[in-house]
Ligand binder design. Structure first.
Ligand code: FES
Length: 132
């Protein structure tokens, strides 16, 4: 009689996802695949990094082709805007008093930049300090 095997638990860790050079140039936005997900990495206007889900939760547009503006990424299709935490901050076609955007958030990962490399935390919650 065979017994089903349990999947191994993968420990949470910092994983290199890109080089700083990937964000060089006037439009610091690049696609990244990590943790089994397609993501978009960008540097906002405050110089902070964001690693968020690549596809817009509205109609699935690719945010790698979004507009890099207002300290985040604006979807190229209908203009929803996302900050570095993946939080939707604007929905231009909604009524002015709509707060629906507050309930919309893309997956996001904590990232750090060290010595020309960018690392993301694979786990949930607050990661331990990056030690490199
Ligand atoms: S597909 Fe992104 S706002 Fe509509």
């Amino acid at each position: 009689m065979s017994q089903a095997t349990q999947p191994e638990t993968v420990p949470s860790t910092w994983v290199k996802i890109a080089s700083t050079d990937a964000l060089a140039g006037p439009r610091p936005v690049t696609p990244v695949t990590a943790f089994g997900q397609k993501l978009v990495l960008f540097r906002d206007e405050e110089g902070e990094l964001g690693l968020i889900g690549r596809y817009c939760p509205h109609r699935g547009a690719d945010l790698c082709f979004g507009r890099h503006e207002n300290n985040g990424i604006r979807c190229p299709f209908h203009g929803w805007h996302f900050d570095r935490s993946g939080q939707c901050t604007e929905q231009p076609a909604e009524p002015v008093d709509s707060t629906m955007y507050k309930a919309i958030k893309l997956p996001s990962f904590t990232v750090v930049e060290r010595n020309g490399e960018i690392f993301a935390w694979s786990g949930e919650g607050t990661p331990p300090a990056f030690d490199a």
